[in-house]
Design a protein around this ligand. Structure first.
Ligand SMILES: *[C@@H]1O[C@H](CO)[C@@H](O)[C@H](O)[C@H]1NC(C)=O
Ligand SMILES: *[C@@H]1O[C@H](CO)[C@@H](O)[C@H](O)[C@H]1NC(C)=O
Ligand SMILES: *[C@@H]1O[C@H](CO)[C@@H](O)[C@H](O)[C@H]1NC(C)=O
Length: 307
């Protein structure tokens, strides 16, 4: 969602830190070349899949893209003025082209050796969040297709090595499960009445465990998983709850923090249980909260121009 645009710079810093720790952590000094970046998630990392979907969640209109050099300032379907963290991770890996959106016509042949972007604006962990493609479960169905294409391109044995040793899997998901599902008054009042926050978050974590395990079964080994940011501080939440400039929605942030605690435990569990896999936890929440709180320190200001 474009309302999360201001998070861009923070996520960038965050992901680069995470990536370094992944690279260094991988195989204890046995530095294999990382050649591909497979990107999953929501609008925070989307690169254009929604252009090919019937959805209201689209970003291929200005001013999106105005600072994106690769397109000469034209919108691409990224929900931001510039690059996403996914793009920057690719640059850091030295990949010559950004990971192509899975649904783009040129996501075929050798282009997929640099990775593929499956992310979709509006996406979430739960089935009830977002459109069909946007759900992470479907994104994993699609990498299963890519996986089979890689087998054909490289041969099964090399393809397996490529995925497990030379590829990084970054996943940025979860915010929409709260914003556009659990916390959405019209759609999910029923869910909220029938399911308390503990049960909803347990459900999310259980789904996510299955989804990450599926990626592992497809030979993914190097993971960077972002947690949910302070969603109570985004303009949309502040507006619908009629808060003042320096306030954030307590319930939304508490849900995010509760999910984040359980996510951290999940990643510890998976690091332990899934042999040879490395799950790096990217702490979006604290970084963004620092920006929201001490924005002036980072050269940001409150825009008093209201439409
Ligand atoms: C795929 O097509 C897009 C849009 O035309 C282009 O910007 C991008 O560089 C292409 N990527 C690859 C890997 O061919
Ligand atoms: C979610 O959707 C997938 C695909 O349609 C289905 O296989 C799965 O059982 C669903 N999960 C739940 C909990 O409804
Ligand atoms: C990938 O697809 C194959 C063939 O359709 C299927 O047997 C397998 O269970 C799928 N794997 C995952 C992890 O979804």
């Amino acid at each position: 969602m474009d309302r999360m645009k201001p998070w861009g710079p923070v996520l960038v810093v965050l992901c680069m830190n995470s990536l370094n720790s992944t690279v260094n952590g991988a195989g204890g000094g046995n530095n294999e070349d990382l050649g591909a970046s497979f990107i999953f998630g929501d609008s925070l990392v989307g690169a254009g899949n929604n252009n090919y979907l019937q959805t209201l969640s689209k970003a291929n209109i200005p001013p999106n893209g105005i600072d994106f050099k690769a397109s000469g300032g034209q919108p691409t379907g990224r929900f931001t003025n510039g690059r996403t963290i996914g793009d920057i991770v690719g640059e850091e890996l030295g990949i010559p082209d950004y990971a192509v959106p899975y649904l783009a016509p040129n996501s075929t042949g050798k282009a997929i050796l640099y990775g593929v972007n499956y992310a979709s604006g509006g996406g979430g962990i739960m089935n009830a969040t977002g459109s069909i493609f946007a759900r992470i479960g479907f994104q994993i169905d699609y990498i299963n297709n890519t996986r089979q294409q890689l087998d054909k391109l490289l041969g099964p044995s090399k393809a397996k090595d490529y995925i497990s040793k030379s590829s990084i899997f970054s996943i940025t998901i979860g915010s929409n499960d709260f914003l556009n599902n659990y916390l959405l008054p019209l759609v999910s009042t029923g869910t909220r009445i029938s399911e308390n926050p503990d049960a909803f978050i347990d459900d999310m974590i259980n789904h996510f465990r299955n989804q990450l395990t599926r990626l592992y079964q497809l030979n993914a080994r190097k993971f960077v998983i972002g947690n949910v940011g302070p969603i109570g501080c985004i303009p949309y939440q502040k507006t619908i709850n009629q808060l003042k400039e320096n306030q954030c929605v307590g319930l939304s942030n508490r849900l995010a923090m509760q999910y984040n605690r359980q996510l951290k435990n999940l990643l510890t569990e998976l690091n332990w249980n899934l042999q040879g896999a490395i799950f790096v936890h990217a702490n979006v929440y604290d970084l963004v909260m620092e920006l929201v709180t001490n924005y002036a320190k980072y050269g940001l200001r409150i825009d008093t121009h209201r439409p």
